[in-house]
Design a binder for this molecule. Sequence first.
Ligand code: ADE
Length: 250
Amino acid sequence: MASPRVMTVDILTLFPGYFSSPMGEGILGRGVEDGRVRIRIFNLRDFAEDRHRTVDDRPFGGGAGMVLKPEPVCRALTWLKGLPGPSPRVILLTPQGAPLKQSRVKELALCHRIILICGRYEGIDERIADFFCDEQISIGDYVLSGGEPAALVFLDALIRLIPEVMGCADSGKEESFEEGLLEYPQYTRPRNFKGHGVPEILFSGDHEKIRVWRRRQALSKTIKRRPDLIEEERLSPENRKILMKLPKKD
Ligand code: ADE
């Protein structure tokens, strides 16, 4: 039998300790423990060139705050790329990156090796982004104090797509964004909770009816909350048919 694929993620950060607890918990912890993912953390300061281990400097042209210098990042990347193993995809986490989408996470989950660069301070010298990274990713339209929380968010989304890391092989199939839609509502016991019931159809035992009902729910929820997600041309014929039958908004 072929040996299972191991993904390596190298993280470049000024705060290596930030990752210790999350890496021992939940899906990240499980992925690491099972040997499906190898996460290596590198301190950017170790790649500084002076004895003060300087990694930042004032911005040219003036302005508030400090900018991450290009040399330590570049030295780290050169060293990491020289390590044995598959050639890595270099990703910079920055609020200026492309908004992270499930479809992109899926594509990146096929990579064998990824390097994540966590920026800090007011930003990172633009030449790193322009000439030394393969892509830039943002986890949302807000500014974090650094790329570390973004790296954890990205890692979580990535690692749970490795089938053996998911608790149940099926649990990823019908979830939010899988077909460009939000997920249908889920219910569990008790059947009556503080006077609030559960849709009757879920007790019908008719799997086909339940499947279609869930589709309808997913579509109407998406239209209500995230109409921007609906691209009619990308909908399956079945989804398009259900969508046409949904009551129109006034
Ligand atoms: N660093 C700071 N803010 C960020 C964001 N929104 N996404 C990714 N990296 C970031």
